[in-house]
Ligand binder design. Structure first.
Ligand SMILES: *[C@@H]1O[C@H](CO)[C@@H](O)[C@H](O)[C@H]1NC(C)=O
Ligand SMILES: *[C@@H]1O[C@H](CO)[C@@H](O)[C@H](O)[C@H]1NC(C)=O
Ligand SMILES: *[C@@H]1O[C@H](CO)[C@@H](O)[C@H](O)[C@H]1NC(C)=O
Ligand SMILES: *[C@@H]1O[C@H](CO)[C@@H](O)[C@H](O)[C@H]1NC(C)=O
Ligand SMILES: *[C@@H]1O[C@H](CO)[C@@H](O)[C@H](O)[C@H]1NC(C)=O
Ligand SMILES: *[C@@H]1O[C@H](CO)[C@@H](O)[C@H](O)[C@H]1NC(C)=O
Ligand SMILES: *[C@@H]1O[C@H](CO)[C@@H](O)[C@H](O)[C@H]1NC(C)=O
Ligand SMILES: *[C@@H]1O[C@H](CO)[C@@H](O)[C@H](O)[C@H]1NC(C)=O
Ligand SMILES: *[C@@H]1O[C@H](CO)[C@@H](O)[C@H](O)[C@H]1NC(C)=O
Ligand SMILES: *[C@@H]1O[C@H](CO)[C@@H](O)[C@H](O)[C@H]1NC(C)=O
Ligand SMILES: *[C@@H]1O[C@H](CO)[C@@H](O)[C@H](O)[C@H]1NC(C)=O
Ligand SMILES: *[C@@H]1O[C@H](CO)[C@@H](O)[C@H](O)[C@H]1NC(C)=O
Length: 748
């Protein structure tokens, strides 16, 4: 049995004096984290030593009694504390085996075979700023930006400690959480479950919104009730995946884009994950976001520490729009560490649609020259440039892994070719064409020199078949020798030529693994490679890609300032995909291109203006087509598209984003950006289908200064911000499919 006084160690008594540090207060062991429009509160239960959730929501100033629930029944709480009628069963860090029947945040298997833990409060510390997470991507900030509370718990039965880290970014109503488990015992332990974020919300009526999808069908909003039992989803693909994003929102049923409460959760991690909301008999809702237990069982030896990934939670009282803008600003300022984060991105053309595998120096140089002639600033050499006979990358059956230029295509290496590309003057611009290249470093074709030399460098499970997808296997990036090979191979490519952009692709999921823990080890190894290469070559613009948006997650965003949003470039579908992705991720981090029509996937024939307007709302804009196949009308439209891009890109990169209307909710979807200085706004308005009747509703803008007056390309004279936001403007749509307009607003 517990004795009470073991929780009143020295640090507890010292803590009785309230300590305030920035935005975190500890009154004894009552902890309060406060932001502009958020309070997060929990405390140590003096009887059990357990951490009890008190509040996560709008600002509060006091600790209050928890909800009274009858203790008749099977689920009243921590019975072994010996306190009948205990109602404090909203827990911050639930473990296993102490009469809490819900899913745990931490589940540890011990050497003696049991999986019971009894973590109790030991000490706490408040620090300015935010310590880095060893080996993992995370939010960062200076002393004035963020404050961190570390609460240490100890399981005296197994000598395992848990250090829970809570960091608050008050400006964004954001709380970043992670924990470390240290094995202070003499036996091995194994982490079976680890939810980076865990809290118990009270009995609230909640909906769960998530982003569901597949290849070329990413980021679809799905909303369901948080009912009794588990509501959730996971990825077991080894990556964050197209199928579910490691992001969800819990919100009140009445919450809209502009009003109501919303809690957004996002895991800063690229491996398999699980997200769950569990409502138990008393109605309390447990929120869990962390590793997928199927890809856990992570061994921690004596003296070793396990570091969980970080999860970010943002509270909004201003609807989904307010939540998204907090995520966008937090991520641009405190997650994306690239020097390019706040820089406009070059307009680009990718060689794939034009040439496919039919490449050589001559064909590429001709395409690059044509690219420069169109006024495009960056030429990207896609797949097919590497490998050597008999494994030359002339189709997708060979070459991945052998990252040296194919001498049949580039007899003198990449340098002379890229110098030629760099020498082309970009039309209507003072700059020369820049050169970028495609790589898929985490993969290997069995038809490669690398695989023949190192068949044991791939992910495999004993004698099981090494299942191929797209003729390729996944390298085991957990192995330091594989990490070093990739760092050297990609560094050599970078050093061999003048490369200013790299598209880092990844085109299959992980199948056979040597152990459940292999995915976590792989992900850490991958981060080491990305950390090293982006650290060594910060001037390069790195873009993530995984068959489109298969790894559009905060982990990748930490290293790469942008990711390819989807292989589906049909403008009608893309609008849905981009708005879904924008729930969590800034538009500045999305790469979006104009492709040829009829669209290769959907057969849709959409005007070049509409295609361009859809792609121009993203940070990285470009073309994914063969210029020689452009119609005369399309070719004529390109100069004006490029000048629009020049005006819009700075607002997209650093402005605030508003979703005015979703394409699934209306025939007339619209989005809006407001520049950082609030002097300029631009609305992207769309009509999806020709309508005889009814009339389009007036388009009401958001985020303007109500009292200011605005001039526009869409009306004569000026209108007030209040008029634009509450009255709106009526746009002159014609009876035609797929029309679009850009409406500029300039504050007088
Ligand atoms: C902590 O909060 C409880 C109310 O939940 C209160 O009774 C107690 O006095 C507080 N302790 C300190 C040290 O502030
Ligand atoms: C931990 O438990 C051991 C017995 O397993 C006991 O001897 C020791 O005093 C306990 N330590 C604390 C700090 O309670
Ligand atoms: C935990 O540590 C204490 C003190 O070092 C030791 O006496 C005890 O045997 C350890 N228990 C386990 C399960 O390792
Ligand atoms: C962990 O063990 C070390 C000795 O190996 C000891 O100094 C330390 O106090 C222990 N930590 C805890 C939290 O008991
Ligand atoms: C812990 O696991 C490692 C690796 O499997 C093994 O070498 C070691 O003997 C184990 N230690 C104990 C104390 O069981
Ligand atoms: C280069 O490739 C093009 C096709 O893209 C082909 O027509 C041409 O003959 C090739 N030139 C050389 C030198 O291989
Ligand atoms: C590049 O294209 C222009 C036409 O846009 C042409 O006049 C010029 O000869 C081409 N240069 C090379 C080196 O092919
Ligand atoms: C595909 O590439 C391999 C390796 O370069 C080559 O041996 C094979 O002939 C190619 N297949 C076709 C159909 O071109
Ligand atoms: C290796 O390349 C040959 C020739 O292209 C092809 O027939 C074979 O399927 C490839 N093997 C694998 C495993 O992709
Ligand atoms: C990258 O790794 C190489 C080789 O291990 C090392 O020399 C270099 O210092 C690392 N660079 C960075 C920025 O981590
Ligand atoms: C990138 O930013 C870092 C500081 O974050 C700076 O030290 C470095 O010089 C910058 N590099 C480039 C190429 O701008
Ligand atoms: C502005 O007024 C002029 C002159 O009346 C008219 O021709 C034009 O269509 C108006 N423009 C807009 C955008 O309403």
């Amino acid at each position: 049995m517990f004795s009470t006084n073991r929780f009143f160690g020295l640090s507890f008594i010292a803590g009785l004096v309230a300590s305030v540090n920035g935005d975190i207060t500890a009154s004894g062991t009552n902890f309060s984290l406060s932001g502009a429009d958020v309070s997060y509160r929990f405390h140590v239960d003096p009887r059990s030593g357990d951490l009890i959730s008190d509040h996560f929501g709008g600002p509060v100033d006091d600790f209050t009694d928890p909800a009274t629930i009858s203790n008749s029944g099977w689920s009243t709480g921590l019975d072994n504390v010996g306190t009948p009628g205990l109602t404090n069963i909203r827990r911050e860090f639930p473990d296993v085996g102490r009469s809490d029947f819900r899913l745990p945040a931490i589940h540890i298997s011990h050497a003696d075979g049991d999986t019971v833990s009894a973590f109790t409060y030991q000490s706490h510390e408040i620090v300015q700023g935010k310590p880095a997470l060893p080996g993992l991507p995370a939010t960062f900030g200076n002393d004035g930006d963020v404050t961190t509370l570390v609460v240490t718990l100890y399981d005296n039965y197994s000598n395992v400690s848990a250090a829970l880290s809570y960091s608050i970014f008050p400006e964004y109503n954001a709380i970043a959480r992670s924990f470390q488990i240290t094995n202070n015992g003499t036996n091995n332990i194994s982490i079976e479950r680890a939810a980076s974020f865990s809290t118990d919300l009270p009995n609230l009526d909640l909906k769960m919104l998530e982003l569901q999808g597949d290849w070329s069908h990413e980021a679809n909003r799905v909303i369901r009730n948080v009912d009794f039992g588990e509501t959730g989803f996971r990825s077991t693909e080894g990556y964050s995946s197209h199928v579910h994003n490691p992001f969800f929102v819990l919100h009140d049923p009445t919450t809209t884009e502009t009003t109501g409460e919303a809690w957004g959760f996002n895991l800063v991690y690229t491996g398999s994950f699980a997200a769950t909301a569990e409502r138990f008999s008393h109605g309390f809702v447990r929120v869990l976001l962390g590793l997928n237990p199927l890809h856990a069982s992570i061994p921690v030896g004596p003296g070793q520490t396990f570091q969980s990934p970080e999860a970010v939670a943002i509270y909004s009282s201003t609807g989904l729009g307010g939540m998204s803008r907090s995520f966008h600003d937090l991520y641009r300022n405190h997650l994306s560490r690239s020097n390019h984060t706040f820089e406009t991105r070059p307009i680009l053309l990718n060689s794939w649609e034009g040439l496919g595998f039919e490449i050589n120096e001559t064909s590429l140089e001709n395409l690059a020259n044509e690219t420069a002639g169109l006024g495009i600033k960056l030429f990207v050499n896609d797949d097919g440039w590497f490998g050597q006979t008999p494994y030359a990358r002339i189709n997708d059956t060979a070459g991945l892994g052998d990252w040296t230029p194919n001498p049949d295509h580039f007899p003198n290496g990449l340098a002379p070719y890229t110098e030629t590309v760099d020498s082309y003057a970009v039309a209507n611009s003072s700059s020369d064409l820049a050169f970028g290249i495609w790589v898929e470093p985490e993969m290997v074709n069995p038809n490669s020199t690398l695989y023949h030399e190192h068949p044991d460098w791939v992910m495999y499970a004993g004698n099981h078949v090494r299942t191929l997808t797209r003729n390729q296997l996944v390298l085991n990036l957990a192995l330091p020798e594989v990490q070093d090979y990739l760092i050297n191979a990609i560094s050599n490519v970078i050093k061999s030529a003048n490369i200013s952009y790299i598209k880092w692709d990844n085109n299959r999921a992980i199948h056979e693994m040597s152990s459940p823990a292999a995915d976590y080890a792989y992900t850490l190894g991958m981060y080491r490679v990305m950390d090293n290469l982006t650290g060594s070559y910060p001037e390069i613009l790195w873009e993530g890609c995984a068959s489109g948006g298969g790894r559009f997650d905060p982990g990748i965003l930490h290293y790469y300032p942008q990711s390819w949003t989807s292989d589906n470039t049909d403008a009608a579908d893309r609008l849905t995909i981009q708005l879904g992705t924008s729930l969590a991720y800034p538009l500045s981090s999305m790469a979006c291109h104009v492709s040829a029509v009829p669209n290769g996937l959907t057969g849709r024939n959409i005007s070049i203006e509409y295609r361009a307007h859809v792609a121009l709302m993203c940070g990285s804009f470009g073309f994914e087509l063969n210029p020689s196949e452009l119609s005369a009308d399309e070719r004529d439209a390109i100069p004006s598209i490029i000048s629009t891009w020049e005006q819009i890109n700075p607002i997209v990169i650093s402005g605030s984003f508003y979703r005015i209307a979703w394409p699934s909710d209306t025939n007339w979807p619209a989005v809006q950006f407001v520049s950082k200085d609030e002097n300029t706004a631009v609305v992207f308005a769309f009509q999806q289908f020709a309508k005889i009747k009814p009339a389009a509703p007036s388009l009401k803008m958001q985020g303007l200064d109500g009292k200011a007056r605005y001039s526009s390309n869409a009306f004569n004279g000026t209108l007030s911000g209040n008029t634009l936001m509450n009255g709106g403007v009526n746009l002159p749509w014609m009876v035609r499919d797929y029309q679009s307009m850009l409406i500029w607003l300039y504050k007088e």
